[in-house]
Structures are given as C-alpha cells and as structure tokens.
Design a protein around this ligand. Structure first.
Ligand SMILES: C[S@@+](CC[C@H](N)C(=O)[O-])C[C@H]1O[C@@H](n2cnc3c(N)ncnc32)[C@H](O)[C@@H]1O
Length: 451
C-alpha cells in the first residue's frame, strides 16, 4: 500500500469504529451530542432559527408526519446534518441510493416516496449500521428497501441504474472525495438527480484540520462549497448548486466538537475552537443533475402547447420561480417535448405589433443542448407570422444570452405602455429584472468575411 492508501485506510477505520460505537449507544458525530452546558446541541435538526449568511432563516426540518411513520430506532440513531428529501422531487417507481445510510432514516422516507414499484438502496461501510438498518426495515415491514455494505468510493451499484443519489452528512468523512463524486456520476441514469446534505467548511483552525477525532466528527474532512460543486461538475453533473444552508454558531459547534475534540495535542479546548470556527462550518444541501446525452436532445420536438400541457408548463415555471399565469396565453405558448414529456417552454403576449416574450424554461437535465435556443427561434417565427415586429422581455437571469440573440437593454419607461401593462411588468416578481427589446424585422447585420 502507498502512504496515501494507508492514510485513507486509517481514516476509514477510525470513521467505521466511531459509527460502530455510536450505533451501540455511545457518542455521536453530527447527532445528539450534549454540549458542555448540558443542553442538547443538536446541531443537525433542532434549532428553529439560526444565523445564516445573508440573514436569519428558519430551518426546514424533517416533516413531522413523515417522522411519525418511521421506526423509532431510525430516528434515535440519525446522524445527519440536513434533510435531503425535504422536497417533492423523488416520485413513485424511482430508484434512490442513499450513500452512508446509517440506521436508515432517509431510506425509510424515500421508500414511502417511491412506493411499492420503486426501490431504495442504503449503502454504508459500517456493518453494524447496516445490521441496525436492516432490523429497522423489518420492524416497519418495508419490502422496497435494501441495505448493502460497501464504500462510497467504490459502490457495489450498477452503472446508470439510479434515479436519485441522496446522502446526509457522509461525504465529508471520505478521504477520497473525487472517487465518491466519480461514483455518483457513474451510477446515475442520464437525467438522474442528486440531493446531498453535508458539512462544508472554510478556514478551519489547523488544530481541527489535523485531528483524526475531528475528522470522524464530520469536521476535519469538510471541504468548501466551491470544491464540492467543482468535484460534482467534474464527475459530469450539471446545474450543481446549493439550495439551502444551516450555519452553525459557536454553541452548536461546541456540541459538534464534543467537549474534548482536538484538544489533546493542540492545547486548545472545544470552546475556543468552536469560537474560532463559528460561521466557517455549515451544512449545505447540493442539488444537481446528470444531463441527457446529446442524442436525447436531438429527439426533442418544439411544437405548439396543447391544453393538457398547462399544468406541466406551470410546474416548470414554478420550479424556475417565473410567473405562472399561463391559462389565458396558452395559445401563444410553445413546448419542447421528449417522448411526450414537456421538457421546456416559452410563450408570448401579443399587443398589436409588439409582444412580450416570456416564460423561457428548460428542465435541468435537458439544458446545454440548444433547446432554449430552438424554443426562442420557433417563438420568433410564430411572432413574425402573427405580425409582431418588436419583442420585449424582462429578465434577471439571461441578460447576456438575450444580448447574444440581438436584444438590447432599455429603460422601463421606454417600453410601450401596452407591454408595461402586462401582469409581468406590473408584478412584484420582476421589479428588479432588466427590460430588453429587439426589432424582429431587422435583418441580421452581414458579416464582412462571409459573403
Ligand atoms: C454522520 S453518519 C450519517 C448517517 C445517516 N446518513 C444519517 O443521516 O443518519 C455517517 C455514516 O456514513 C457512513 N460512512 C462514512 N464514510 C463512508 C464511506 N466512505 N463509505 C460508506 N459509508 C460511509 C458511516 O458508517 C455512517 O453510518
């Protein structure tokens, strides 16, 4: 074994040993550790309000209804730092893989979402955890959950076999994160998605970074958000972003450090370390998607929206945070369709020779394949056919893209009144959006070198 392999093995053994002990009822990492003041500093789920970069936020905890249906032991032995399933994306019939599933809490929640036709695989390298999770599954009689002993860096899971990868407070513990990210890219189906909650950190005190104890407590191995996002992108995922954060304050960190963390050789106690690290350690939820291959994008058709497309368009717009008043404009909407499924849309509201272009959206796994451009081109064609000469739009996100399509910025009060009178211009959603316009009848300027 190389020195690096020995170090990685040593870290994994320490992590395994901590979790084997934790499940037997002793100390925990990101779970219910008791702070020095004797209060429960459950830094993962408990506090209702925490300080967060950019303001105070209410933590979205586990849904109480969901929790009440889980085995009590799975709750007592949850060591997570977030709620990767606190959203509606996982659906019936899908396959979910939970990396570092512990006693099974998120697997049991996922099992309910995927239903009897779906499947959940819990993966954990600590045999004691797997054993406990299996017992818990028996208690609730779940037949659609399977637990496998295995390492995140080399998962015993088939290529492109999984719709969702979830994980809760695990990847920080891995000494080889690029290998874990690579495995995620390998096992996801095209279009498959991730929702991963994990501890991230920046500028940690050296005493913490060097401590094996701190590693097993989900601290020393934590990487920055940027490194996490880059790692996942390198593994082929796209649209990788942080969708929520829980930033720990000093008293919560004291709980995580466990009162004795990292002190021995370093001469620093947990309280001082917690003060030094406060604000630099948080739990982040990462979401992202494995894109469809270009061949799938070639099968996408762009066509007029049908009546039955309305709810698909509305949910697409809701996901994008765009106005959803579609009903009365459906006749001027186009959709991108793949095997019957709406994967993108765009629309317009016509006012004489002017039109408001709006609602351009493509679902994440179909992005970067030119579908947005095809929707736009088809919209221009329709607009010209209907006598539109000038197009206007409001955008906060695609200013440069619109510029590349020939749109120019203009002051809102220069926009024709009939366009300013549309719900989008009047609505609160778009107050800070940039107004742009384009003369659709103008010929594109001729390039000098290509006659
Ligand atoms: C902090 S606990 C989280 C458990 C569970 N996700 C939860 O929310 O309760 C970390 C779990 O990940 C497992 N683990 C750590 N590193 C791992 C690795 N490299 N491969 C597989 N499992 C790992 C541990 O055995 C432990 O059960």
């Amino acid at each position: 074994m190389t020195e690096r392999e020995l170090r990685e093995r040593d870290i994994k053994d320490a992590v395994k040993s901590r979790y084997a002990k934790a499940i037997q009822g002793s100390s925990s990492c990101c779970g219910r550790s008791v702070s020095q003041e004797g209060t429960q500093a459950d830094s993962c789920h408990a506090p209702a309000i925490v300080e967060q970069k950019g303001g105070m936020v209410k933590i979205a905890g586990y849904d109480q209804g969901e929790l009440s249906r889980l085995p009590a032991d799975a709750l007592q032995n949850s060591f997570g730092c977030g709620t990767p399933l606190a959203f509606a994306g996982v659906g019936p019939g899908q396959t979910v893989l939970d990396i570092g599933s512990g006693a099974g809490i998120d697997c049991f929640i996922a099992a309910e979402k995927v239903g009897p036709t779906g499947k959940v695989i819990g993966l954990d390298m600590t045999p004691e955890m797997i054993e406990r999770a299996r017992q818990n599954a028996k208690v609730v009689g779940l037949a659609n959950v399977e637990f496998r002993v295995g390492e995140a860096e080399k998962m015993p899971v088939e290529d492109t076999s999984v719709d969702w990868v979830i994980s809760n407070c695990v990847i920080n513990l891995s000494p080889d994160k690029p290998a874990v990210f690579g495995e995620i890219g390998r096992i996801l189906r095209p279009g498959g998605r991730i929702s991963i909650s994990d501890i991230v950190a920046q500028d940690l005190p050296e005493a913490v970074r060097q401590s094996r104890d701190a590693w097993t407590r989900c601290l020393a191995g934590a990487i920055s958000e940027e490194t996490y996002v880059r790692g996942l992108e390198k593994a082929g995922l796209r649209d990788v972003r942080v969708t929520s954060r829980i930033v720990y304050d000093a008293s919560q960190l004291k709980g995580l450090f466990g009162g004795f963390c990292c002190g021995a050789g370093a001469g620093q106690d947990a309280a001082a370390l917690a003060d030094a690290a406060a604000g630099n350690i948080w739990s982040a939820r990462f979401e992202g998607v494995k894109p469809q291959p270009t061949s799938a994008a070639a099968e996408v058709t762009v066509e007029a929206a049908k009546k039955g497309d309305r709810s698909a368009i509305e949910s697409l717009l809701t996901e994008e945070g765009l106005p959803t008043d579609v009903a009365s404009h459906l006749g001027d909407f186009l959709v991108a369709r793949h095997h019957g499924r709406v994967v993108g849309c765009v629309g317009m509201e016509i006012r004489g020779a002017d039109a408001l272009f709006r609602s351009l959206a493509v679902i994440p796994d179909y992005r970067e394949a030119g579908i947005g451009r095809r929707l736009y081109d088809a919209l221009v064609e329709n607009a010209l056919r209907k006598g539109v000469q000038k197009a206007y739009l409001l955008t906060a996100t695609i200013v440069s893209l619109a510029e590349s399509w020939g749109f120019q910025r203009l002051a809102r009060d220069e926009v024709p009144e009939a366009i300013r009178d549309t719900a989008q211009f009047r609505g609160e959603c778009c107050v800070s959006a940039v107004a742009m316009w384009k003369d659709l009848t103008a010929q594109p300027s001729k390039c000098c070198s290509c006659s």
